[in-house]
Design a protein around this ligand. Structure first.
Ligand code: AMP
Ligand code: MG
Length: 395
């Protein structure tokens, strides 16, 4: 049997980072920057008020209370400004450009709020409540480096330096295709022998959580020709295809039957539990990577976590490997088959423990849904006594 590490190594040797594209800001969330973003101007571009108040000369408010004439009113966006002469005040709003001559802003709360003249009750040091030009970013400075994932704040600074587009590796497009003659769309009634399709929802959501644009294709039954037809129709819009089901040892394994003779897809037994049967390879003219994951819900989810997620990281141009682990003490004794790496579903406690949840079968989706961690038991360990240290993948 192939080890988990060897299987992931094969996958990461095949999958390449996506080519960078000029993305519109609206498309750039979750993309990975492929250029330095430089600000062409200082930020703020001009000195402005940090508060609603009065722009004055500090020397004029050394002794308070003092009453000054209000010679102008400056809102954010104002462009014609009167200079503040000695003994003058200008009413100014947050973001309003600081008039020439002023060196201090007195917050409105420290005054009587007057509009013709203003009584100032508290003194303020020179520079008070003023945002200097360039105090956030100097003109020509790099604000973001290549390899940065564009989140909301990163998108904000890209827009904030005036860019409409950015060169970035896009979110990978993932098509999820579930197979199984027994599958029924949730919301429709179940007939005899049928179950509701859950994997396609789990896998689509997992791909989105992993930074992909995921599409859920309509499920197909257990006919290899129908599967191939559906796959072919989806390939044009996919950077990765993830299928579920139809890869085991039984009869009616459409994914295995259809893909085995095609492209480079290989079906192997990986020494893990759950998730032993795994298919991976590339198909089509564009050599689109295909993950053929097992159908058992917990198996397909764990397989996604171990293999598909790192592949998506690689496509996004990010460091890729097995998920990070933390150490915890197991709250109960654990059992694991020999020569397989186990990923038991567990609940992390606030006291540094992890408790295996009730129901460790690979079909027990409710148990998975109650877990927040996978407890990793290595290949050469079959029993772990309660209280031992274990490695845990946080979900
Ligand atoms: P398979 O890998 O197709 O042999 O399926 C293994 C088990 O997983 C069977 O019990 C299937 O009914 C179940 N299964 C397969 N696909 C799905 C799905 N999309 N949602 C929920 N269960 C599934
Ligand atoms: Mg099946």
């Amino acid at each position: 049997m192939k080890s988990v590490d060897a299987h992931l190594a094969d996958i990461l040797a095949t999958v390449r980072p996506l080519a960078p594209l000029e993305l519109e800001l609206e498309q750039a969330l979750g993309a990975t920057l492929a250029e330095e973003v430089v600000s062409p101007v200082p930020l703020p571009p001009f000195a402005n008020s940090a508060m609603d108040g009065y722009a004055v000369r500090a020397a004029d408010i050394a002794d308070v209370p003092v009453t000054l004439p209000v010679i102008d009113d400056v809102a954010a966006g104002a462009d014609e400004l009167r200079a503040v002469g000695p003994g003058h005040a200008v009413r100014i709003m947050t973001g309003g450009p600081l008039p020439a001559g002023a060196d201090t802003v007195v917050p409105v709360e420290w005054t009587d709020g007057g509009t013709v003249s203003v009584r100032i009750d508290r003194t303020a040091a020179e520079g008070n409540a003023i945002r200097r030009a360039g105090e956030d970013v100097q003109a020509g400075a790099v604000v973001l480096k290549p390899g940065t994932v564009i989140g909301p704040a990163q998108l904000g600074i890209i827009a904030g330096v005036g860019r409409r587009r950015v060169l970035a590796r896009p979110r990978p497009r993932v098509v999820v295709l579930a197979t199984g003659a027994e599958l029924v769309e949730p919301g429709l009634p179940l007939g005899p022998g049928q179950i509701w399709d859950s994997n396609s929802f789990t896998l689509t959501a997992a791909a989105r959580s992993a930074g992909a644009d995921a599409f859920r294709a309509p499920t197909v039954g257990d006919d290899p020709a129908a599967f191939l037809e559906r796959l072919d129709a989806q390939l044009v819009r996919a950077d990765v295809v993830v299928t579920s089901g139809g890869v085991s040892m039984g009869a009616y394994e459409p994914v295995k039957e259809a893909l085995s003779p095609l492209g480079t897809v290989r079906f192997e037994k990986v020494a893990m539990q759950p998730g032993m049967p795994q298919g991976f390879g590339t198909v089509g003219d564009d050599q689109v990577p295909v993950f053929a994951l097992p159908g058992n819900p917990v198996s397909s989810f764990v397989s996604f976590t171990l293999f598909v997620r790192p592949a998506l990281d690689r496509m996004r141009g990010l460091p890729a490997g097995l998920p990070a682990t933390v150490t915890a003490r197991t709250a109960a004794a654990l059992r694991s088959p020999a020569a397989k790496r186990s990923f038991l579903r567990g609940m992390l406690g606030s006291d540094g423990t992890v408790a295996p949840v009730h129901g460790q079968g690979s079909h027990q989706l409710a148990a998975l849904a109650s877990a927040d961690a996978l407890i990793v038991v290595p290949e050469d360990v079959t029993e772990v006594p309660a209280g031992e240290q274990v490695e845990v993948i946080r979900l």
